[in-house]
Write a protein that binds this ligand. Structure first.
Ligand SMILES: *Cc1c(COP(=O)(O)O)cnc(C)c1O
Length: 322
């Protein structure tokens, strides 16, 4: 498998290590973690791996500006802004959300010099991105548009490569009976899923949805496009697993179980999760342990995808619940 070229943004490999104190506290399988919260770019997270592929395309295609979209506390937006700054690209962010205080990721977006456009309720973000791109072209600039989460076939190659990286770290390709990861726009899961098939990684890859969307068709489409464009193998649908039981009230709305997971990881391992993605993914993992789906004798991988900067925009929620 020969992957396209990248710009270097990620400090690789990210650490793989066990979580002995959390494993003991939960009394189930031996838990391990892959630390993509520490990818090294501007406080870390999974989007750096996708941006290595997407921004190579932008830089070498002669583009001058990058536009992307997301929620007001988008980690993807923050990392795109930082990466663009480091590559000399101008960055425009189209963001949706009610919280307007410059905290967490939104604060950092401004610090990285991104031009932030806030959407009005009901306004379509893709349409807004397109009209902004048209305006920029009229001014003689060349904008490169990245859809939500950088989740297209090119971006998801970052996670195909991440499986390759993990293979160099595991004791054996069947070391983990299960791997648990958050699903927000599908690109991370799609890349892991394709990588799993390409590299014969033996694990039950369990996605935990953090939004109400139906992710299977999205993930399948990314994998099909990747097969067509990059010659990656097409995975079997029977190995595609997304659990919708841990979304709570909706995207970016903190859940009780997610908050408990954040406290457990912080107080047993000194590891930061976030209320939007990884807290809910960890809630899914904890549910699987407590319901007996995961047991002693197994080793289970939690793929950390970052997100901690959003904690600072959620301090009020923590004060209300603890
Ligand atoms: C974007 C994001 C995810 C979800 O990844 P997708 O590829 O969009 O599914 C998970 N965790 C964090 C912290 C994220 O920022």
């Amino acid at each position: 498998m020969i992957l396209p070229k990248t710009v270097p943004l990620v400090q690789k490999p990210t650490t793989l290590h066990p979580l002995p104190r959390l494993s003991r506290a939960l009394g189930g399988p031996e838990l391990w973690i892959k630390r993509d919260d520490n990818t090294g770019l501007a406080l870390g997270g999974n989007k750096a791996r996708k941006l290595e592929y997407l921004l190579y395309d932008a830089v070498h295609g002669g583009y001058t500006d990058v536009i992307t979209v997301g929620g007001i506390q988008s980690n993807h937006a923050r990392m795109t802004a930082a990466a663009a700054a480091s590559l000399g690209l101008r960055c425009h962010l189209v963001l949706r959300g009610s919280q307007r205080e410059r905290q967490g990721n939104l604060f950092l977006d401004h610090l990285f010099g991104a031009r932030v456009h806030l959407l009005h309720p009901g306004e379509d973000r893709e349409a807004c991105m397109e009209s902004l791109a048209a305006q920029l072209r009229q001014q003689g600039r060349r904008p490169y548009c990245i859809g939500v989460g950088g989740s297209n076939s090119l971006g998801s190659l970052g996670y195909v490569a991440a499986v390759q990286e993990l293979h160099g770290q595991m004791e054996a390709p069947d070391m983990f009976s299960h791997t648990v990861v958050a699903v927000g726009s599908g690109g991370t899961y799609a890349g892991l899923w394709v990588g799993q098939t390409a590299l014969h990684w033996s694990t039950h890859l369990q996605g935990i949805a953090v939004d109400q969307e139906e992710f299977e068709p999205i993930i399948r489409e990314i994998a099909e496009d990747s097969a067509e464009r990059f010659g990656t193998p097409l995975p079997n649908d029977e190995t595609l697993h997304v659990d919708y039981g841990h979304i709570g009230e909706g995207y970016a709305k903190p859940s009780q179980a997610g908050m408990e997971a954040i406290h457990l990881f912080a107080q047993h391992e000194g590891i930061l999760l976030d209320p939007v993605y990884t807290g809910k993914a960890a809630a899914g993992l904890i549910f699987m342990i407590r319901s007996g789906l995961l047991q002693q004798g197994q080793r289970v991988l939690f793929w950390h995808t970052g997100g901690a900067p959003a904690l600072f925009a959620a301090v009020d929620t923590f004060e209300q619940t603890s």
